[in-house]
Design a protein around this ligand. Structure first.
Ligand code: FAS
Ligand code: PHB
Length: 389
C-alpha cells in the first residue's frame, strides 16, 4: 500500500491531522494499536483552546462541538474559603470551549469514516523505516498478517508509550523530564456541575478541580498519593474529601452521585527534542507530556498538528520544504511555553510532601498576587486560553 502521509496513532492528534490533510486532498493512512471503542473509552481532557476549535472548524468537524460544548469566559481559583475569578474575556479577549476529548475524538472518527478515510485498528509490531530518505515506509501486522505502507512522510501521533519517539536514535534525542510526587484521582458523575465555571482549588489537604462535560455530567479531580489506587476510594470518601477542599459555599451546593468512571493519572512534565528526524515528525504526547493542571495536553497536541499540517500543505501545494525543515524548532517554542505554564499552575495549586513553611508562604503570596494584580491575571488568562500559534 502507498500513501502520502503515514500516521501512527488514532488518538486526537492522528485523527485531526488525517482529517485536515484530507480536506486539502492529501492522502493519509492512520494505524491504531487499539480498537475505536477502546480509544473512545479513555476519559481525558475537557478544555479546548480557540486554536483547536478553529482546527476542528477547518476540518469540518465542529458542528456538534458548537451545539453541545460550553463557552467559558473565565475560571475560578480558590484557596481555603477564598475564591476569585480570572476573566478571560477581559484579559485575553477570547474564551475557552468546554467539550470533552472523547467527543472531539468521536467527531473526528465520524468525519474520517464519512469520507472512507483509511484507518487500520488492532495494528501490532509497527516498525518505521528509512525516515532519513524521501521514501520512508512502515511495517506492521494485523491479526498476524504482515503488511507494509510506503509514504512520503511519517507522523508519529502514537502518544507517550508509542514507537515513534523511540525511532529517533538515542544519540540524537535529548529528553527532559520532571515527575510530580502525587497523582490526580478523577471521577465522572451524572450530576449537575457545582458551578457553571471550573474551580481550581488549593487547600491544606491538597488540590481539587471541579470541571464538567455537560449540564448533567460532571468531572471532578482531587490530588492523591501515588500509592493510591481507584479501588482505595469509595464514592462517598471521594465526595467527602472534595467537599473539604473547595470553599464551603461551593461544598454546600455540591450534588453528589455514583461515579460512572474513576481513574488515577500520574503527573509528569516531559519533552523530547528534536520533534522530527528526517521525514518522521512527532505530534502530541509522542513528543511531550504536561501535568493536566493547565489543560494543555490535548491543546499542545493541536498546535503541533497545526504546524505539521501547514508544513505538509506547503510541501505538496507549493513545493516548499521550509515548513517541514522548520517544524521541530517552531513546535518546540510553543511546547516549552505550555510546559512552563502547566508547571507553574501545578506548583501554585498542589501541596507537595516536602513543602516547607516558607514554601507554603510563597504559594499563598503567589495566589494573593494573582488575585490582586491585573498583569498577573492577564498573564494567566493569555496562557490558559492559549498563546498564539
Ligand atoms: P494519545 O495518547 O491520546 O493517542 C495516541 C494513540 O496512539 C492511542 O490511541 C494509542 O492507542 C495509539 N498507539 C500507541 N502506540 C501505538 C503503536 N505502536 N501503533 C499504533 N498506535 C499506537 N490533557 C488535558 O488537557 N486535560 C486532562 O485532563 C488530561 N487528562 C489525561 C489523563 C490521562 C490518563 C492521560 C494519559 C492523558 C491526559 N491528558 C489530559 C492528556 C491527553 O489529553 C493527551 O494530551 C492527548 O490524548 C494527546 O493526544 P495524542 O497525542 O493523540 O495521544
Ligand atoms: C477536565 O475537565 O478533564 C479538565 C479540565 C481542566 C483541566 C484538566 C482537566 O485543567
Amino acid at each position: 500500500m502507498k500513501t502520502q502521509v503515514i500516521i501512527i496513532g488514532g488518538g486526537p492528534s492522528g485523527l485531526l491531522l488525517s482529517q485536515l490533510l484530507h480536506v486539502r486532498g492529501i492522502s493519509s493512512v492512520v494505524l491504531e494499536r487499539k480498537t475505536k471503542e477502546y480509544v473512545l473509552g479513555r476519559i481525558r481532557a475537557g478544555v479546548l483552546e480557540q486554536g483547536l476549535v478553529g482546527l476542528m472548524e477547518e476540518a469540518g468537524c465542529a458542528d456538534r462541538m458548537h451545539a453541545e460544548g460550553f463557552t467559558h469566559d473565565g475560571t475560578l481559583v480558590s484557596y481555603g474559603d477564598e475564591m476569585f475569578r480570572i476573566d478571560f474575556a477581559k484579559h485575553a479577549g477570547k474564551p475557552v470551549m468546554v467539550y470533552g476529548q472523547t467527543e472531539v475524538t468521536r467527531d473526528l472518527y465520524e468525519a474520517r469514516e464519512a469520507v472512507g478515510g483509511a484507518i487500520e485498528f488492532n495494528v501490532e509490531d509497527v516498525v518505521i523505516h528509512d525516515t532519513k530518505s524521501d521514501a520512508p515506509y512502515v511495517d506492521y501486522t494485523v491479526r498476524g498478517e504482515k503488511r507494509r505502507i510506503e509514504g512520503d512522510f511519517v507522523a508519529g501521533c502514537d502518544g507517550f508509550h508509542g514507537v515513534s519517539r523511540q525511532t529517533i536514535p538515542l544519540d540524537v534525542r535529548r529528553e527532559y523530564e520532571k515527575f510530580y510526587p502525587f497523582g490526580w484521582l478523577g471521577i465522572l458523575s451524572e450530576t449537575p456541575p457545582v458551578n457553571h465555571e471550573l474551580i481550581y482549588a488549593n487547600s491544606e489537604r491538597g488540590f481539587a478541580l471541579c470541571s464538567m462535560r455537560n449540564a448533567q455530567l460532571s468531572r471532578y479531580y482531587i490530588q492523591c498519593s501515588l500509592s493510591d489506587s481507584p479501588e482505595d476510594w469509595t464514592d462517598e470518601a471521594f465526595w467527602q474529601e472534595l467537599k473539604r477542599r473547595i470553599p464551603k459555599e461551593q461544598a454546600d451546593k455540591l450534588v453528589t452521585g455514583p461515579s460512572i468512571e474513576k481513574s488515577i493519572a500520574p503527573l509528569r512534565s516531559f519533552v523530547t527534542e528534536p520533534m522530527s528526524y528526517g521525514r518522521l515528525f512527532l505530534c502530541g504526547d509522542a513528543a511531550h507530556i504536561v501535568p493536566p493542571t493547565g489543560a494543555k495536553g490535548l491543546n499542545t497536541a493541536a498546535s503541533d498538528v497545526n504546524y505539521l499540517y501547514n508544513a505538509l500543505r506547503d510541501f505538496y501545494e507549493n513545493g516548499s520544504k521550509d515548513g517541514i525543515n522548520g517544524y521541530s524548532e517552531k513546535a518546540l517554542l510553543r511546547v516549552w511555553k505550555a510546559e512552563r505554564f502547566s508547571w507553574w499552575f501545578s506548583s501554585l495549586l498542589h501541596r507537595y510532601p516536602d513543602q516547607s513553611e516558607f514554601d507554603l508562604k510563597m504559594q499563598i503570596a503567589e495566589l494573593e498576587f494573582l488575585r490582586s494584580n491585573e498583569a498577573a491575571q492577564k498573564a494567566m488568562a493569555e496562557n490558559y486560553v492559549g498563546l498564539p500559534y
